[in-house]
Design a protein around this ligand. Structure first.
Ligand code: SF4
Length: 280
């Protein structure tokens, strides 16, 4: 979806300043009553040199990540997202307090908050902080896409708050632990026709359909030509399954190379293991 942004956060001596407002909204989100909290996508470095990975269970999605393209890469937008993350990493209790306080404003009563436009529930401590925030603000409804399946099975599923809905999204390293017959799942398809043909249900009309619409949620791929080329008519689920099978074959010591050229040494990386090269 197009990206919402408030004015960028200023920096002091290379360190991101605390964002004044944590939740943002663009025209499209405003139309459906949704506010948004965002982290920088996947892996990178903060201005002070610290490495981060906000999507530890990202799989093939990272090679076609919408949030590593276009406006998301603009310096001011990236700085705002990194300031959000730095706040979480440097002062989790302070961030939790600030988020809870901000959500107490009248404008959030009866509104929806999408947790993460990009990024994910990257640690237990961060996830538990969100759980406390959600419970502290029962008048606000929250939702999220996530690939952190194991973390959710442990921390969220046993006792989920009534005001929190989520959908597990394919394209991550934990895809095989999903059961579409039981779990609410979302997959990215090449286009709307592919979603219909598969009998899934598009969320294109409103992002809230991801958690409020029929199960088996279809997301049409972003129209980014080199990403579509890489997707090659597959869904994230089928592409990730291919990568997983390839990895399993490598673990079995041998991997056939394309065109029957022979075998690669054990541990030889595939394109999917080299996301930055694949994304270049
Ligand atoms: S989990 Fe989302 S934000 Fe992270 S790399 Fe995948 S598509 Fe990008």
């Amino acid at each position: 979806m197009p990206h919402p942004e408030t004015p960028p956060t200023s920096t002091v001596a290379g360190a991101p300043a605390r964002p004044k407002r944590l939740l943002t909204q663009n025209r499209e989100l405003r139309a459906i009553g949704v506010w948004n909290w965002t982290l920088p996508a996947w892996a990178g470095r903060l201005p002070d040199g610290r490495a981060y990975n906000t999507s530890p269970s990202a799989g093939i999605c990272r090679t076609v990540c919408y949030a590593r393209h276009g406006t998301y890469t603009w310096p001011q937008v990236r700085a705002k997202h990194q300031a959000n993350l730095a706040f979480v990493l440097d002062d989790l209790p302070g961030w939790e307090h600030a988020m809870t306080a901000e959500l107490g404003a009248r404008r959030f009563r009866g509104a929806w908050v999408r947790i993460h436009d990009s990024g994910d529930f990257f640690s237990d401590a961060y996830t538990l902080a969100w759980l406390r925030i959600i419970r502290a603000r029962p008048e606000v409804a929250f939702y999220a896409y996530t690939k952190e399946i194991s973390r959710f099975r442990t921390l969220i599923e046993p006792d989920p708050p009534d005001n929190f809905l989520w959908v597990y999204s394919y394209g991550g390293t934990q895809d095989t632990s999903l059961d579409p017959a039981v779990d609410r799942v979302a997959d990215v398809f090449p286009d709307e026709d592919a979603i219909s043909e598969a009998g899934w249900h598009s969320q294109e009309a409103s992002d809230l359909l991801a958690v409020l619409g029929p199960r088996l949620v279809g997301i049409p791929a972003n129209r980014i030509p080199h990403y579509l080329k890489r997707l090659a008519g597959r869904t994230f689920r089928s592409w990730q399954a291919e990568v997983d099978a390839e990895r399993a074959a490598r673990r079995g010591h041998l991997r056939l190379l394309p065109g029957g050229q022979g075998t690669a040494p054990v541990g030889s990386p595939s394109v999917a293991d080299r996301p930055d090269e694949a994304a270049a």
